[in-house]
Design a protein around this ligand. Structure first.
Ligand code: KIV
Ligand code: NA
Length: 266
């Protein structure tokens, strides 16, 4: 394996922070590849790329299509592909069949799934059979219909025990890392202290062992990013400006110019 490996990610526990971003297609993945330790092909692609209201409608085929593109576009970072809603919850056997298909069809190095203690048996089943699993707790978007929306977690200290038990269960089951999403800072800090695998935060404070953001959010392509996003770019403004200038050029016959036309040879 020439890429960054799962054991290399695990070895970063408590050390140099793990850098990660999402990517859904080859071109952006190639840019991220130079900087990230792992790239997540997140099921957020259903919302970001396909205009869905939640991630619940994302299919295995859609994940594999984007997963293939990201693997093709990269050579250095570990690529992790999300298991979409409905492809792993039913049983460890169903989860294995679908995770194996994702790995064979995309060439990715690991899968991610949502859920804590309730998914521990499945995580163990997959890892024992050769599939590295990243777990994901806290705000779990695939459960948004049960939660009544995208709800940040841990505001009530009485819930901390359950979140900590989830984190301990997935670590004990063999997950190689754990995404903590949308969780109050002190809870994320305590979970990170308590478990032996790296935590990857998104809206979970600087105390995690690494950070991940949705690429389009941090690039400034999302007009209404969540509070936890630090916006590093202005893609929305740049694309709006460029498209506007192009439209104006076409209407004024200012594009194409001599530079962009083919003249007969000879
Ligand atoms: O789908 C996704 O992009 C994710 C990250 C936000 C962790 O699961
Ligand atoms: Na996801």
């Amino acid at each position: 394996i020439r890429r960054i490996t799962v054991p290399q990610i695990m070895a970063r526990k408590g050390g140099a922070p793990i850098v990660s971003l999402t990517s859904y297609h080859a071109h952006t993945a190639a840019i991220v590849d130079a900087h990230a330790d792992f790239i997540l092909v997140g099921d957020s692609l259903g919302m970001v790329m396909h205009g869905m209201e939640t991630t619940v409608g994302v299919s295995l085929d859609l994940m594999m299509m984007h997963g293939r593109a990201v693997v093709r576009g990269t050579r250095r970072a570990l690529v992790v592909v999300d298991m979409p809603f409905g492809t792993y919850e039913e049983s460890p056997q169903v989860a294995f069949r679908n995770a194996a298909e994702i790995m064979k069809e995309t060439g990715c190095g690991a899968v991610k799934l949502e859920g804590g203690a309730r998914m521990a048996e499945t995580i163990r089943f997959l890892v024992e059979r050769g599939i590295p699993v990243m777990a994901h707790i806290g705000l779990t978007p695939q459960s948004s219909h049960v939660m009544g929306g995208f709800k940040t977690q841990g505001h009530d200290a009485e819930t901390w025990g359950a979140h900590k038990a989830d984190a301990a269960a997935v670590a004990e089951a063999g997950a190689f890392a754990l995404v903590l999403e949308g969780m109050v800072e002190p809870l994320a800090a305590e979970i990170t202290q308590e478990i032996a695998i790296p935590t990857i935060g998104i809206g979970a404070s600087v105390h995690c062992d690494g950070q991940i953001l949705v690429l389009e959010d941090m690039l400034g392509l999302n007009p209404t990013p969540p509070k936890f996003v630090k916006v590093y770019g202005d893609l929305l403004g740049q694309i709006e400006g460029a498209v506007g200038r192009y439209a104006e050029d076409v209407r004024n016959r200012a594009f194409p110019t001599e530079d962009q036309v083919y003249k007969p040879r000879g």
